[in-house]
Design a protein around this ligand. Structure first.
Ligand SMILES: [Zn+2]
Length: 338
């Protein structure tokens, strides 16, 4: 073997696979810690906006098949998953559709957990606390009996848009209300623009004629999505190291959409190649970091890692370097910004 003659080949291979293969990444820099002791790499997968992200915009004849494709991908992925439900998405013209309730039953039958994401996907910062609490309770009218039939109760809540209150009092009021109804808040550490990739993917899927160009564009989106997400995970791993001094068990946010119906298993394999193993939300949240103070007071919904950093008054530069969704994907999605 002649390592020097192999080097250009290995370099090319690494460049090609940079987004997919952790061994290549480890060789590309000299951080001793990556060679001596592998950091703890655990992550929990959470999937929002069940039964389907943009259900009203999805062609009704495609919905069942796309949902089945997502469940097939989840099965192939093999990771524990919790899905968060918007119960308004079970209805058409105010009437609950049995085929949509059946989609949720299929999640439970497949062994996945379900949580509450409010009825109507409401923004706490817009509607205020009384309306928000109403949306939480309306958001469990199907969920609570479905879980009761299995001897369970709703245990997890995810804020729509990750908007959790703009004052300590508001945050505490909602958290207390949730606790009184048996819920824990499901934070997110790996916040990301997956939803933009998914909007782009579904627009191409639904608005373009079935041509080779359309197939190529869909493939380009799938192939771009996975490394984009892996770069996000790398970024939040660095943020965790910088803030906490260790890599905490992460919580990843995804949505129920056609992109994951085609690319979820590839994403899971990519995360595994980064050295991660998949854990439940409950296991991830045993890490004491999740008890830290949420120091965010703004109108949006950043990663909990950044909320904790804000509580510590980290300088602006602390947040630098976060990967962004490429312009061509924003354009395809028809959105101005993430
Ligand atoms: Zn949502």
């Amino acid at each position: 073997m002649t390592p020097s003659s192999l080097r250009p080949f290995i370099f090319a291979l690494c460049a090609f696979a940079a987004a997919f293969a952790s061994p290549c990444r480890a060789q590309s820099h000299t951080d001793a810690s990556t060679r001596t002791a592998a950091p703890d790499r655990r992550i929990a997968v959470t999937i929002d906006d069940l039964p389907w992200q943009r259900i009203a915009k999805t062609p009704p004849e495609a919905l069942v098949a796309r949902h089945a494709a997502l469940l097939a991908q989840l099965r192939e992925g093999g990771a524990p998953v919790i899905g968060f439900v918007n119960e308004d998405k079970l209805e058409v013209d105010g009437v609950v559709r049995p085929e949509r309730v059946a989609m949720l039953q299929a999640w439970l039958d497949a062994g996945y957990a379900l949580g509450n994401h409010t009825y109507g996907h409401v923004d706490l910062h817009e509607v205020g606390i009384p309306a928000y609490e109403d949306a939480i309770l309306r958001g469990e009218r199907a969920l609570r009996p479905m879980l009761a039939a299995r001897g369970e109760t709703p245990r997890w809540f995810r804020h729509p848009y990750l908007r959790a209150g703009r004052t300590p009092d508001d945050k505490a009021a909602v958290a207390t209300f949730l606790a009184e109804h048996g819920y824990r808040i499901a934070p997110v550490t790996v916040d990301n623009g997956e939803w933009v990739w998914a909007f782009a993917y579904e627009r191409v899927l639904d608005e373009r004629a079935e041509t080779p160009e359309r197939a190529e564009l869909l493939e380009r989106l799938r192939l771009g999505y996975v490394p984009y997400m892996l770069n996000k995970i790398d970024y939040y791993e660095r943020q965790s190291q910088a803030l906490l001094g260790y890599n905490l068990p992460h919580v990843l946010l995804l949505h129920a959409n056609a992109l994951n119906g085609d690319a979820y298993a590839a994403l899971i394999r990519g995360i595994e190649r980064r050295g991660y193993r998949f854990v439940t939300l409950e296991e991830a949240m045993r890490d004491p970091a999740y008890a830290r103070e949420d120091g965010y007071r703004g109108r949006y919904g950043p990663s909990w890692l950044h909320r904790w950093a804000m509580a510590e008054k980290k300088p602006k530069e602390f947040y630098d370097g976060e990967p962004t969704v490429p312009r061509w994907v924003l354009d395809l999605a028809g959105v101005d910004s993430e």
